[in-house]
Every structure is written in structure tokens, then in C-alpha cells.
Design a binder for this molecule. Structure first.
Ligand SMILES: Nc1nc2c(ncn2[C@@H]2O[C@H](COP(=O)(O)OP(=O)(O)OP(=O)(O)O)[C@@H](O)[C@H]2O)c(=O)[nH]1
Length: 260
């Protein structure tokens, strides 16, 4: 049993005629009234504090929602900007590739070859390892175009580019020098090895078949020059070119080595 009295019980107790003459009655009534007033005040305070707590809570909730929305917006912007940056990088890379590649065959173009040549020259100056340049030119290519059309001629050039590249080592470079001319840069390669590689290349071109049922024999002529100490690369290129002209004059489908 609880020994706490309810308000109603207290009132009944104080109103009981039995206690009417009790000298403490007025003081108790006064205490009770004061207690009730205090409790009323306390309850009002609690209601106010509950109310401001609710307000603060809903404000915090609103702020969190706003913060979430901003965060999501920011994430979206970051994603878009990342995508944009990635596509710019890809575009840049494609442009760089396009600037250094021949669009028909995908081989290096002259510009890339000249860049690699000057790197090779630097390497030569440090290590004195010989390198070789080979000028290649498709034989009687005009006949292919005349007989089968320019598109077939283009296809033949791509097939040759592919066949030549397959015979090279990873660090060699095959570039399209011009129309039906290619240039090979063979780093750290002297005469014997270069001759061997060019033979392989020529054989691979001879093995190509333009159309399944046609007996079109593709071939190339080659001029090989080994870099001479301290000559300009332009001179090495000219020597390879002169050797190529010699190979053509000697009947085509052959390799001519430039005097060292
Ligand atoms: N299809 C095609 N033909 C090309 C391309 N570039 C050059 N040619 C052709 O290659 C032929 C080169 O002819 P020429 O310089 O007379 O040489 P060739 O007929 O190969 O004879 P030789 O070099 O003396 O063996 C020309 O008909 C050009 O039109 C090309 O990108 N595509």
C-alpha cells in the first residue's frame, strides 16, 4: 500500500470536520495551496520546455534534410564533372593518338617516327649501340590500284602494314612514311640482325593473298642503312632511300644495303 495521498484524499482529510479545530489546519492548507501552485508552475515550465524541444527537433530534422539534399546534389555534380573530366582525358588521348598515327593503317606516322628517331639518337650517344633504318616500298602498287580499285589498294596497304608489324620485336617501330612507303626503325640492331629481320618482313608480305581466288603477288623492296657515328638522321634516311631506289632498279622484291 502506498503512503502517498492523492490531492482528492488530502482535500477530504483537511475538510473533515473532525480536524476542524486542529491548530495546524490553516498552515497545512496554506502549504497545500503553495505546493499546488509550485506544481502548476513546474508543469507549465515542462510544457514550454517540451514545446521548444519539439521545435528544436523539427528544425534539426529540416536542416538534416536540407543537408542531405545538398549532399546528393553535390554528389551528382561531382559524378558529372568526373565523367566530363574522363571524357576530356579520353578525347585528349584520342587526339594525341590521331596526331601520331596514320589513319588508314594505324601505324605510326612520320612525326612519331621522327620523335622515336631522336630518342634513339640520344640512346646511341650514351651507349654507342648501332641502330638501323629500313625504307620499304610496295612494288608495282599502281597496278594493284589500276586492276582492283583504290579500296582494294587500301586494303592491301593495311594487310602489308599488319604483316610487317607482326615480324618486328616489341621495341621496333614501323611507320607509314608516305603513300605506299613504310619505314622501320630497328633499335640496337646491326647489319646482320637487320638483314635477317628485313628478310622475314619481305617473306611475310610475299605470303599475303589479296583475294582468295586471285593470284596477286604482293612484294616490297627495301633499302637498309645502319646509322653511322655522328651523321645526322636525315642523312641516314637519305642513304636508306638511295638504297631503296637501287633495289627497285635491280629488279624490285629485294633488299639493298647502303654502304656503311
Ligand atoms: N590505294 C591506295 N593507293 C595509294 C595510296 N598511296 C599511294 N598509292 C598509290 O601507290 C601508287 C604508287 O605508284 P608508283 O609511285 O608509280 O609506284 P609503283 O607502282 O608502286 O611502282 P614501283 O614503286 O616502281 O614498284 C600510286 O598509284 C598511288 O596512287 C593509298 O593510300 N591508297
Amino acid at each position: 500500500m502506498t503512503n502517498q495521498l492523492t490531492d482528492k484524499e488530502l482535500d477530504q482529510l483537511l475538510a473533515d470536520p473532525e480536524h476542524r479545530d486542529n491548530p495546524l489546519l490553516p498552515a497545512l492548507q496554506m502549504l497545500l495551496a503553495r505546493d499546488r501552485e509550485q506544481r502548476g508552475r513546474l508543469e507549465r515550465l515542462l510544457r514550454i520546455s517540451d514545446c521548444s524541444y519539439d521545435m528544436a527537433r523539427s528544425q534539426t530534422h529540416d536542416l538534416l534534410n536540407k543537408y542531405d539534399r545538398q549532399l546528393r546534389r553535390l554528389e551528382k555534380i561531382t559524378r558529372i564533372s568526373d565523367r566530363y573530366q574522363r571524357s576530356m582525358l579520353e578525347l585528349n588521348e584520342q587526339l594525341k593518338q590521331a596526331a601520331l598515327r596514320d589513319p588508314l593503317t594505324g601505324l605510326a606516322n612520320r612525326r612519331l617516327l621522327m620523335e622515336r628517331l631522336s630518342e634513339e639518337l640520344e640512346r646511341y650517344r650514351r651507349g654507342r649501340e648501332p641502330f638501323s633504318l629500313v625504307m620499304l616500298d610496295a612494288d608495282n602498287f599502281k597496278r594493284i590500284n589500276d586492276a582492283f580499285g583504290h579500296d582494294t589498294g587500301d586494303r592491301a596497304l593495311c594487310m602489308m602494314a599488319d604483316a610487317i608489324s607482326r615480324q618486328l620485336r616489341g621495341y621496333d617501330l614501323c611507320a607509314r612514311w608516305g603513300g605506299e612507303e613504310f619505314m622501320l626503325l630497328l633499335p640496337e640492331t646491326g647489319l646482320e640482325l637487320a638483314t635477317h629481320i628485313v628478310d622475314r618482313v619481305m617473306q611475310a608480305v610475299r605470303a599475303l593473298r589479296l583475294e582468295k581466288d586471285e593470284q596477286v603477288q604482293l612484294s616490297i623492296s627495301a633499302g637498309l642503312a645502319i646509322y653511322r657515328p655522328d651523321e645526322s638522321v636525315e642523312l641516314t634516311i637519305n642513304r636508306a632511300d638511295a638504297a631503296l631506289i637501287q633495289a627497285k632498279q635491280n629488279g624490285r622484291n629485294r633488299l639493298q644495303v647502303a654502304p656503311t
